[in-house]
Design a protein around this ligand. Structure first.
Ligand code: CA2
Length: 154
């Protein structure tokens, strides 16, 4: 089972700025924790972060390459601000037709109205928002439960 974790703009700053809002844990620490948790659950997780919309699209497209290890069965995505703006990201995720979970560190519904809309949420398996770094773990568990249920035919 291969999974992909995507992080969007500014999430490389985690742990360095605004700890009151986004926590004190770095993205590298979140990624390392999630890779280990995924391995313990029998999945191989690849991580990718970019501040550029096109780079995120290219990484999603790369899951379709005919290279060993390119294909992934599921995607975890914290698209950051692109969640609320990017039709292109929505189209890329729909084009590859890989089940994905949208996640956020903060509770976007407790924040400004412009964060209440997501261009991804209605196409996601599910959305996790508001649990800080634990959102990543909960999203991983949810995605694996979904993929496991698909494999079982239930
Ligand atoms: O809560 C989340 O995970 C968000 O995806 C974070 C985005 C925000 O635009 C979304 O509405 C919700 C912002 C990421 C900014 O990341 C920073 C990390 C540390 C310091 C400053 C920004």
């Amino acid at each position: 089972m291969h999974l992909l974790l995507l992080n969007g703009p500014n999430l490389n700053l985690l742990g360095q700025r605004e700890p009151g809002l986004y926590g004190a844990t770095s993205l590298a620490a979140i990624e390392a924790d999630l890779v280990a948790r995924a391995a313990a659950l029998g999945a191989e997780l690849t991580c990718f972060q970019s501040n550029h919309e096109g780079a995120l699209l290219d990484r999603i497209h790369a899951t379709q390459a005919a290279l060993p290890g390119a294909r992934v069965e599921g995607i975890l995505i914290n698209a950051g601000a692109y969640t609320h703006t990017s039709v292109a990201l929505r189209d890329a995720l729909l084009a590859v037709a890989i089940p994905f979970v949208e996640l956020h560190l903060s509770n976007v519904h407790a924040r400004e109205p412009f964060r209440h809309h997501s261009f991804l949420a209605d196409k996601a398996v599910g959305v996790v928002s508001g649990f800080g770094p634990a959102s990543y773990r909960l999203a991983l568990e949810g995605l694996l439960a979904h993929l496991g249920a698909l494999a079982d035919g239930s």
